[in-house]
Design a binder for this molecule. Structure first.
Ligand code: ATP
Ligand code: MG
Length: 327
């Protein structure tokens, strides 16, 4: 990590280039033929550093899973490249050994085998010596609170336990990059919390995590950066904090002492504000804000606060703003 000073900006921490774990450039994949041909993923470039969680978000069918499959060597890109710790997973076994993946629907487990057997089996498959795979497997099971269930076939475990086993298996070969496709899907609150804690711990160990989820509160809580994809194209990629701040900069919440009159309500609505009892929310320019304050007179003003945007608002706005006109 290196600290840099940018004029007019606060001091920011920039990761050094050597900490890059994943870099994709212009990844593209089309499906279908002739008139039915469409670009499921279109020139997607992503960067992920050590210890970082990147939330990879997008509506259904946006191309997230296809991108993850290209990163993990399962689907060959039509164009573009993938580098995992500097190597191409489509050519180098070493790159593959640095990837752990939990894809949609836990397909990385054998349901008839126990957690212990799964860990050992997949460890050996990824070239971990059997004894080491066994030992590491037991450590992971202990860490994930699954010791008691280590000899129960995976098919007889609860959904949350299966998910934990899937994550444990993805870590058996000690990869630097972890790809998690909807890891909290279908989990209850408690199991979701456990998975979130695990994701945080795994990132703290210095691994890089690419996380897709439709649970935007989970993404907001866990991610250092956010990448949003829509119809195969990247809309934005930036730090979660700066994205939220960018949208929060123009959002305000005002409290007044008294309820605005009908005339005031109409004036506020015209300025783009929204009245809810004695609160007014507004997103727009500061000139607009002053006009709104003028419209509220003579009601006493109790407070004006920046209204922090959440990731759900930002996501919906960005995805709508990037709607292509339908032909
Ligand atoms: N093997 C395939 N053959 C044809 N089309 C495919 C194939 N795999 C994916 N697609 C299409 O590519 C598009 C992107 O799918 P993908 O699974 O990557 O989306 P996603 O962002 O993961 O969506 P979700 O949030 O629903 O999981 C979809 O239109 C999908 O139907
Ligand atoms: Mg998907």
């Amino acid at each position: 990590m290196q600290l840099i000073n940018r004029p007019g900006l606060e001091q920011v921490t920039e990761p050094s280039p050597s900490s890059v774990v994943l870099a994709t450039r212009d990844l593209s994949k089309a499906y279908g033929r002739g008139k039915r041909r469409f670009e499921a993923v279109n020139q997607v470039s992503l960067t992920l550093h050590r210890g970082e969680v990147l939330a990879f978000l997008g509506p259904n069918g946006a191309g997230k899973t296809t991108t993850i499959k290209m990163i993990s060597g399962l689907v060959r890109p039509d164009r573009g490249q993938v580098r995992v710790v500097g190597e191409d997973p489509h050519r180098s076994a070493r790159a593959l050994r640095n990837i752990g993946a939990v894809l949609e629907g836990n397909r990385n487990l054998y349901w008839r085998l126990t957690p212990e057997e799964n860990l050992e089996y997949f460890g050996v498959l990824r070239q971990v010596p059997r004894k080491i795979a066994h030992r590491r497997g037991l450590e992971l099971l202990a860490r994930f609170g699954l010791e008691e269930k280590r000899r129960t076939p995976v098919q007889n475990l609860s959904r949350g336990m299966q998910q934990k086993v899937a994550i444990a298996v993805s870590l058996i070969h000690n990869p630097q990059l972890l790809l998690l496709d909807e890891p909290t899907l279908g989990l209850d609150v408690e199991a979701s919390e456990t998975v979130k804690t695990l994701v945080r711990q795994i990132a703290k160990e210095g691994r890089a995590i690419l996380l897709t989820t439709h649970q935007l509160d989970v993404a907001e809580e866990l991610s250092d950066r956010v990448a949003i994809i829509r119809r195969g194209r990247m809309i934005t990629q930036q730090s979660t904090e700066s994205l939220l701040r960018e949208f929060s900069d123009s959002a305000y919440r005002l409290e007044v002492d008294g309820v605005p009159t009908e005339t005031q309500r109409v004036a506020i609505a015209r300025l783009g504000g929204h009245v809810d009892g004695q609160s007014i929310t507004y997103a727009g320019t500061s000139e607009g804000l002053y006009a709104l304050l003028a419209a509220l007179q003579p009601l006493p003003l109790m407070s004006v606060q920046r209204d922090r945007a959440d990731l759900t608002q930002v996501f919906l706005k960005l995805v709508q703003d990037n709607q292509e006109p339908t032909s």
